[in-house]
Design a binder for this molecule. Structure first.
Ligand code: GLA
Length: 349
């Protein structure tokens, strides 16, 4: 096993890419308390991995618990890093009080009022530090014959609004809040699998329709939960370019590279856990080099690239789609720089 360098013995990742795009990381408040110097050295923007989600920040009708989100925002302020606000409207991690009262289901009008209050609260509170919000996350369906995520794919928003009108509603409220409190803030739609032409088409149609109706939407986030084999670098670049051609800001918002490329979620079959071997480490480094080289080539169309997690120790992919060790990030399970980090640094040009 070769010795891995310390995090401060390698050049700063964010600095290396400064000329191309800003590099961010998604994390929890506790990670900053533990690993602040590492974050400050290698990243230039932050996303709260969970702390700003509706169900986390406002879990009960008793009100907001801003503590964890504020720890992240204060670190960002202290280090002059902008944040991505993630996320105002999502079908997962909504608080149960929002859709259900003690006596039954909430009415649509009460949900609309609470949604608007939430959007205003969040945009106002973090106006000085958040430069872009994921207003709506994952509203599109993965099924080829359906545009919108409905109840069968877990969306209570879609059921309650009897259709997709909640998407426009959210962007309208967000634009109004931004006009009041954060005129500089950009409003994004964020989703995964936008590298797949069919799903990207739906996103483009959604943007065109919203804009035809006079609704403001500034950008689209390609999450970038990819793997060692998928997508090809050409498909990744095509996704960025087609979205940018719609006069949209484009970001890679949740990049990680799973080492498992043979999973078949529709057949419920998943690869067995593999150990972290030198071969796997090299394959991941090669793939990261390829991905960052591709992103660099279309950097004029990208606002930022955010890694979804600081290190392999902290990645959600150790638990999803099943409990299985994964090695998808640039720092290893002991938070040390991996060959993948050195490969990415080499791709900075
Ligand atoms: C989606 C969400 C993220 C995060 C990941 C898994 O991509 O946008 O907030 O929850 O799933 O961690």
């Amino acid at each position: 096993m070769t010795e891995l360098p310390a995090f401060d013995a390698v050049p700063s990742l964010a600095q290396a890419f400064e000329r191309h795009f800003s590099i961010g990381v998604a994390l929890e408040a506790s990670t900053l308390q533990e690993k602040g110097p590492l974050v400050a050295r290698h990243f230039r923007r932050l996303t709260a991995e969970n702390a700003m989600k509706f169900g986390e920040i406002c879990p009960s009708t008793a009100g907001y618990t801003f503590t964890r989100a504020d720890v992240i925002a204060n670190f960002a302020r202290a280090h002059a890093m902008p944040m991505t606000g993630h996320t105002l409207v999502w079908h997962r991690m909504t608080p149960s009080w929002l859709f259900e009262t003690e006596t039954g289901l909430s009415s649509r009008s009460s949900v609309e009022v609470n949604l608007r209050r939430h959007i205003f609260t969040m945009i106002q509170r973090y106006a000085d530090v958040v430069d872009n919000w994921d207003v709506v996350n994952e509203a599109l369906s993965d099924h080829p014959d359906k545009t919108w995520r409905d109840a069968s794919e877990g969306s209570r928003w879609y059921s309650l609004f009897e259709g997709e009108s909640y998407v426009a509603r959210s962007f309208i409220d967000a634009a109004e809040a931004a006009a009041h409190f954060a005129p500089h803030v950009k409003l994004y739609y964020n989703d995964y699998n936008l590298e797949v032409p069919g799903k990207r088409r739906k996103a483009i149609e959604m943007v065109r329709t919203l804009r035809r109706e006079g609704v403001r939407i500034d950008g689209v986030g390609i999450q970038g939960h990819i793997n060692l084999k998928w997508p090809t670098k050409e498909d990744l670049v095509r996704a960025v370019e087609e979205l940018a051609a719609e006069d949209l800001l484009v970001k890679i918002s949740e990049l990680d590279i799973s080492v498992y490329s043979k999973d078949d979620p529709s057949g419920h079959s998943f690869e067995c856990e593999s150990a972290s071997t030198p071969d796997l480490d090299r394959a991941l480094a090669d793939r990261y080099r390829e991905v960052f080289t591709a992103l660099r080539e279309c950097s004029s169309r990208l606002t930022s690239v955010t890694l979804w997690g600081l290190s392999d120790r902290l990645s959600w992919l150790n638990y999803w789609p099943l409990k299985r060790k994964n090695y998808p990030l640039l720092f290893d399970a002991e938070d040390r720089p991996k060959a993948a980090l050195l490969a990415v640094l080499g791709a900075a040009g």
